[in-house]
Design a protein around this ligand. Structure first.
Ligand code: ATP
Ligand code: MG
Length: 686
């Protein structure tokens, strides 16, 4: 039961403290007086939730903090739940009898309270503290699931569910263990079996495939062996062909080398021959040139002799000229002895001397010219002699010493030029004619080899060799392909084998595990599940009992509906209303009738709820839709119920209502009057 509630700055309340007894407590007051705020304060203290909007909206206007606090008793134990709002924080606490904390914070407190009273915020709203306007919610058909879960809570299936959950967790943990150890669980029996079957099928299919491939590989081995033998046989000649080709290539190479060296030699030799031939020509004229030089030299000597004679004469006549000019005769008288009529030797006559001197001068000039002319000729001849010396030197340093040598060289050159021509023609014709040996005797052995090889390979068929070679290649690559396929099939068989070996022990284990889990599941579904026979039986009992009680209360409310029947339909609980004229769905009832039915159902459930923990029912405006007569019936019903309940155990009803008169005159339990004042709600006990 809830023993008291305190509100500080909560909604319309500034500071309100209310205490509750067993039995019925009625809140009366006008609209907005602050009645429903008490219910909000209770759920706020227990679960930190209200039907109002945001958390800060519940703080009384103009204030910054609010506190709600309730004291309640469950199974003889006292508790205290406090919820505060302090600026942005909203601490919540659950305390025990000695004000020691049991839980702190919204989540932990809610969880703890759920354990203590057996209801969470949502189910509390249906079963115990019914907010304004939600009274009929319980009978709405879409709430059938909620109703069932509520009934389940009332009849205590929670413990069964815990066992079911525990078994479920046990199975999960067991499966985790199986996964860790075998990578498979009891749920995989079929899959593992299929995997094994699949692997066995693979092996069954692959083995004959492998054998067939191996047979093929064997026949390929044989084929390859034969082709290789054939190839080897043909290879002897094939190698000879290659050998022959090498030799021929070498011959061509030698010919080309020979031609190239012949060209160089011939050029050089023809130069030597030409040089020597010219030199011999120059040397041949040597004695004639020398004779000519001698004669020219002696001629020049004569001329020079004559010139010097002329010089002697010139001296002599010049002397005479001097003498003649010193001795001047006048009238034939000697200037020295003065002899008269002296006749002077013409040799000493000056005129004569002058003529002689002129004559000698002229002779000397012509002789000098002749001498210089001669000297030029001599110089020319000397040059020729130098040419001769050069030619002699050339011959001295050349291999050709005489005309015989020259002739031999010329013949040799001719032969070599001829050889060159022949070789070039051979190159042009690309025919290695044996006559080549005449010109290149060093190749004679090679030619013999070539001839021999040619004879040996005469019968070799190149196409045959190529064909064998091609066939061998094809067969080899086909063989490779088959070997690869054998490898693949072997791998397939091997991995299937590995899979079987791995899976067989796993299968045994998970089969056992399956049996074990099946047994657990059987226990779970048939005993502990919400669908189990045990629970369905217990629920049927509860539903029948609620139906019976509700029908009784409904009878007291005196409506058209005579009888109520609750029944299980799948996962929900449905309600059927019976009138004197037959069945009527809840939806078709009037608003007042719906309130009566809802009240009857909630009150009918209360019988069972005596066993539930909080033992309180708060009804906010339950009579809103009821007319005066039905209100009176309702008050009677509550009174009877309270008496009945309090005979067995304490139970609280809190009724919030506008209908003061009815409750006042009925004199049922404690009545609190709520009044709205400028300083917040005021509450007074009547
Ligand atoms: N934060 C707030 N501070 C002050 N007053 C508030 C606050 N929030 C709501 N109120 C007012 O508090 C008053 C009490 O509301 P409450 O729901 O408890 O009234 P009531 O007695 O149940 O009325 P009714 O009979 O109409 O259901 C209302 O007038 C409401 O407007
Ligand atoms: Mg209200």
């Amino acid at each position: 039961m809830i023993t008291s509630v305190k509100l500080h700055n909560f909604l319309s309340h500034k500071d309100t403290e209310l205490s509750f007894d067993n039995g019925v407590t009625v809140f009366i007051g006008e609209n907005g007086a602050g009645k429903s705020s008490i219910i909000e304060a209770i759920t706020f203290a227990l679960f930190g939730k209200t039907t109002r909007g945001a958390i800060e909206d519940v703080i009384r206007d103009g204030e910054t903090q609010a506190v709600t606090q309730i004291y309640f008793e469950v199974n003889g134990k006292k508790y205290q739940a406090i919820k505060k709002i302090h600026g942005s924080t909203s601490p919540q606490e659950l305390l025990d009898d000695n004000s020691l904390p049991i839980a702190k914070g919204k989540e932990k407190v809610s969880e703890e309270i759920k354990k203590i009273i057996g209801l969470d915020y949502d189910t509390l709203g249906i079963a115990s503290i019914v907010p304004q306007g939600q009274l009929t919610e319980i009978i709405q058909s879409d709430n059938g699931i909620k109703l069932r879960s509520l009934i389940d809570k009332v009849i205590g299936t929670g413990k069964y569910s815990a066992a079911e959950k525990g078994l479920g967790e046990g199975i999960t943990a067991f499966r985790e263990y199986l996964t860790e150890k075998y990578n498979n669980t009891d749920e995989d029996v079929e899959n593992v079996q299929m995997e094994i079957n699949h692997a066995e099928k693979i092996i069954a299919n692959s083995k004959p495939q492998k054998e067939k491939l191996e047979e093929m590989a064997e026949s390929f081995k044989e084929k390859i062996k034969k082709l290789q033998e054939k190839k080897e046989e043909l290879s002897v000649n094939y190698e000879k062909i290659i050998h022959l080709k090498d030799k021929e290539d070498n011959v061509w190479k030698s010919i080309k080398q020979e031609i190239s060296s012949l060209v160089t030699d011939n050029e050089e030799h023809s130069k030597i021959i030409q040089r020597c031939e010219e030199s011999f020509g120059v040397i041949k004229a040597k004695s004639k040139i020398e004779d000519l030089l001698n004669s020219k030299n002696s001629k020049k000597k004569d001329i020079d002799q004559k010139i010097s004679e002329c010089d002697g004469k010139l001296v002599k006549y010049n002397d005479r000229k001097n003498i003649a000019s010193n001795i001047e005769f006048s009238d034939g008288e000697c200037p020295i002895c003065h002899t008269k009529d002296v006749t002077v030797d013409p040799e000493y006559q000056i005129e004569h001397i002058k003529q002689e001197l002129k004559k000698i001068e002229s002779e000397k000039t012509s002789l000098a010219k002749e001498s210089s002319n001669m000297q030029e000729q001599i110089d020319e001849i000397n040059n020729k002699i130098k040419d001769v010396e050069y030619a002699e030197n050339t011959i001295k340093n050349s291999p050709i010493k005489n005309s015989k040598h020259l002739e031999d060289w010329k013949n040799d050159l001719k032969l070599n030029q001829n050889r060159n021509n022949v070789l070039e023609k051979i190159i042009e014709s690309s025919d290695l004619s044996p006559k080549l040996v005449e010109f290149m005797p060093n190749l004679s052995q090679t030619f013999l080899d070539i001839e021999k090889l040619q004879k040996e390979i005469k019968d070799f068929k190149h196409e045959e060799y190529d064909k064998v070679e091609r066939e061998l290649q094809t067969v080899n690559s086909e063989n490779q392909e088959i070997l690869m396929r054998i490898g693949q099939v072997a791998e397939k068989i091997n991995s299937a084998d590995v899979s079987i070996k791995k899976n067989i022990p796993i299968l045994e284990e998970i089969k056992l595990a399956k049996k074990y889990v099946e047994n657990l599941e059987k226990i779970r579904t048939s005993i502990f599940s919400t669908k189990s026979e045990t629970i369905i039986g217990a629920r049927n009992f509860a539903v029948e009992s609620i139906s019976r009680n509700a029908s009784q209360y409904l009878e007291q409310l005196k409506t058209e509906i005579k009888h109520l029947e609750l029944f299980q339909d799948g996962t929900s609980i449905k309600i059927q209303c019976n009138t004197n004229n037959g069945q009527r769905p809840v939806k078709n009832l009037s608003g007042g009738e719906q309130v009566c039915v809802a009240l009857a159902v909630r009150l009918g459930m209360s019988d069972l709820m005596i066993k539930s923990s909080l033992k309180i029912m708060v009804l906010d405006e339950p009579t809103a839709y009821l007319d005066k007569t039905h209100c009176e019936y309702f008050v009677d019903a509550i009174q009877q119920l309270t008496n009945f309940m309090n005979e067995k155990q304490n139970f609280q009803f809190i009724i919030i209502t506008h209908d003061e008169d009815i409750w006042e005159s009925a004199k049922v339990g404690t009545i609190y009057r709520f009044t709205a004042t400028s300083d917040g709600t005021e509450v007074s006990r009547l």
